[in-house]
Design a protein around this ligand. Structure first.
Ligand SMILES: Nc1ncnc2c1ncn2[C@@H]1O[C@H](COP(=O)(O)OP(=O)(O)OP(=O)(O)O)[C@@H](O)[C@H]1O
Length: 224
């Protein structure tokens, strides 16, 4: 599939012993599918995303992205794979204060060596897809929290990733805006064919997901 974690284990040092953050976790996500990950604080959800993003290397197990086995890859090769194949939406948008919404997106593609004209076209298309065509020229302080999160999502799609990883996108939003953001992620997942993993505390937003899994003490289980 587009994202495959197989029997992944990750531990952190914890005094004299080690704390198991991911305990033999297996998860596969297909193109166009939205998998929601729920679970209590400290259960390992962020660790799961960090491993899926290839930002952290697990001690055992395999992480395959877009059919590419990441084990043993150099840091440079991993960074190139991340740029090409993985979009990450962090909890806080981290937009650059001096750039307009369109420029926040264009910077991504320009960093990747694409032509500015193509980048501008793609940024317009994506801002339109997240309902912000009319706000393309606004800077972050001229946008609402929900709009900033939409820019964040559009930016993560700029390089047309195969895998989209989303960490608690609704934590800074009220219920209604949070639900709209999760619905948007569901729609973009289907329209753009990404394999999407969405970490959320909020079980009210799970209707947009194709499947929900739960983390407990580093173990993953399906939710009926
Ligand atoms: N860098 C680290 N060093 C040591 N322990 C860590 C580190 N990062 C996370 N942990 C521990 O690993 C476990 C899993 O943490 P993780 O952040 O993945 O949980 P989480 O489910 O995302 O939590 P939350 O919902 O609160 O963000 C926790 O017990 C946490 O304290």
């Amino acid at each position: 599939m587009s994202l495959d974690l197989t029997d992944v284990t990750l531990t952190y040092p914890d005094g004299e012993t080690r704390l198991t953050a991911l305990d033999h976790v297996t998860l596969s996500v297909a193109k166009g599918d939205l998998t929601a990950v729920v679970g209590p604080s400290g259960s390992g959800k962020s660790s799961l995303l960090a491993v899926a993003a290839t930002l952290v290397t697990p001690e055992t197990g395999a992480v395959d992205v877009d059919g590419v086995a990441t084990a043993g890859m150099s840091r440079g090769a991993l960074a190139a794979l991340r740029r090409r194949a993985i979009g990450i939406v962090f909890q806080q948008p981290h937009l650059l204060p001096s750039l307009t919404a369109a420029e926040q997106l264009q910077v991504m593609a320009t960093l990747d060596g694409r032509s500015p004209a193509r980048a501008a076209g793609r940024a317009r298309d994506l801002l339109d897809a997240v309902g912000l065509a009319a706000q393309a020229g606004r800077r972050p302080h001229q946008l609402s929290g929900g709009q900033r999160q939409r820019v964040n999502i559009a930016r993560a799609l700029m390089n047309d990733p195969v895998v989209l990883l989303v960490d608690e996108p609704t934590s800074a939003l009220d219920q209604e805006r949070g639900a709209a953001v999760v619905d948007l992620i569901g729609r973009l997942t289907r329209e753009r064919g990404t394999a999407t993993v969405l970490v959320t505390h909020d079980r009210d937003h799970l209707a947009a997901a194709d499947r929900t899994v739960e983390m407990r003490d580093g173990r993953l289980r399906a939710v009926a």
